[in-house]
Ligand binder design. Structure first.
Ligand code: NAD
Ligand code: UFG
Length: 338
């Protein structure tokens, strides 16, 4: 039997792009997703891009029976774990759901992997674990802290992985700390589809450009940054997906290892830089109003990418122009019925 990569949360934003990249690199993919934040139609879109439908199992990572069934019926060689909840604000309102999905879900998944003797694991961590940065660009050895339940779940799972790695031989683990993933597949067939009012900058900007929303609220212009607005390291989701492939290959080549890597571009752009880039890409105006700071926001955050380049031989190649053009193509195609 040919082996497959199990992609949890593979119907979601980042997991769907990783699935495309994996399939195009010759891997077979099994997606496990409960569709709590995604739609089944993504699977057809993936097939349209790659020519191959991923195997899909609708199920929950917290369900041990489902997990054992997945490992029993497919020959899984590695797991990419994207499934989880990710809204910072929501995590303060329903913390137990976040601890259950993100921490308990990861424990259930790792336990099922142990039972099935699968020990290669790629984890979606986040630059949120750096808290308020004391060094820019941020290196992986920067101190970690969490200011909200979502961030805390990432810290805890990172620690669980370290404990697991130290507890028994044979694990090959990559803890990937994403900076700000944006953009979409260049076909415009898959992308980010937040439900309700977008929490994140770029989906909100896109909806202002289409006229779905009146204006962007820029959360503060009194930060210690060149134009006073928050600066972030936006990374194209296709580059991010390629980073996962590089991490998988690294793990496959190792006897055992655990590495922790930033996935960012190493460049910081302000909110207003992104507004202007989106206006240029879309040819539409993006109205905005400066409002107060958002609680919990930091001024600036961008990655030190040296370690990723050295260790994985991976470097992000796409700039903000491409991020905005691809996001815009996706935004436009969403209104097209197919
Ligand atoms: P997403 O919500 O688009 O995708 C997550 C997928 O997981 C969804 O399809 C959802 O239906 C599924 N899912 C959630 N809980 C599940 C469960 N219990 N069982 C099975 N499936 C479940 O999110 P995304 O942006 O693709 O993020 C993927 C991962 O990357 C998450 O772990 C997130 O915390 C992490 N991350 C995202 C960002 C970002 O800005 N998008 C930044 C850093 C880290
Ligand atoms: N912003 C606005 N208006 C908005 C939304 C955002 O001005 O409507 C600003 C923010 O204040 C910030 C920047 O745009 O300066 C980016 O904000 P996002 O919400 O898009 O992203 P964050 O950097 O706050 O957080 C994101 C994810 C986190 C993740 C973090 C690092 O939401 O889960 O990136 O990877 F941890």
């Amino acid at each position: 039997m040919n082996t497959s990569i199990l992609v949890t949360g593979g119907a979601g934003f980042i997991g769907s792009h990783a699935t495309v990249v994996l399939q195009q690199a010759g891997y077979q993919v099994v997606i496990l997703d409960n569709l709590c934040n995604s739609a089944r139609s993504v699977l057809d879109r993936i097939e349209r891009i790659t020519g191959t439908p991923p195997t899909f199992i609708q199920g929950d990572i917290r369900d041990a029976q489902t997990l054992d069934g997945v490992f029993a019926s497919h020959s899984i060689s590695a797991v990419m774990h994207f499934a989880g909840l990710k809204a910072v604000g929501e995590s303060t309102q329903v913390p137990l759901s976040y601890y259950d999905n993100n921490i308990n879900g990861s424990v259930q998944l790792l336990s099922a992997m142990q039972r099935a003797d699968v020990r290669t694991f790629i984890f979606s961590s986040s630059a949120t674990v750096y808290g308020e940065p004391s060094i820019l660009p941020i290196p992986e050895h920067h101190s970690r802290s969490a200011t909200n339940p979502y961030g805390h779940t990432k810290l805890v799972v990172e620690d669980i992985l370290e404990n697991l790695y130290n507890s028994e031989p044979g694990w090959r683990i990559a803890r990937l700390r994403y900076f700000n993933p944006v953009g979409a597949h260049p076909s415009g067939l898959i992308g980010e589809a937040p439900q309700g009012v977008p929490n994140n900058l770029m989906p909100y900007v896109a909806q202002v450009a289409t006229g779905q929303r009146e204006k962007l609220h820029v959360f503060g212009n009194d930060y210690d940054t060149p134009d006073g607005t928050g600066v972030r390291d936006y990374i194209h989701v296709m580059d991010l997906a390629e980073g996962h492939l590089a991490a998988l290959r690294y793990c496959e080549a190792a006897q055992q290892d655990m590495l922790t890597v930033n996935l960012g571009t190493g460049e910081g752009y302000s909110v207003l830089d992104m507004v202007r880039a989106f206006e240029a890409a879309s040819g539409r105006p993006v109205a905005y109003e400066i409002t107060g700071r958002r609680a919990g926001d930091i001024a600036s955050c961008w990655a030190d990418t040296t370690f990723a380049e050295q260790k994985l031989g991976w470097k992000a190649g796409k700039g903000i122009k491409e991020m905005c053009e691809d996001a815009w193509r996706w935004e436009m195609r969403q209104s097209v019925k197919d």
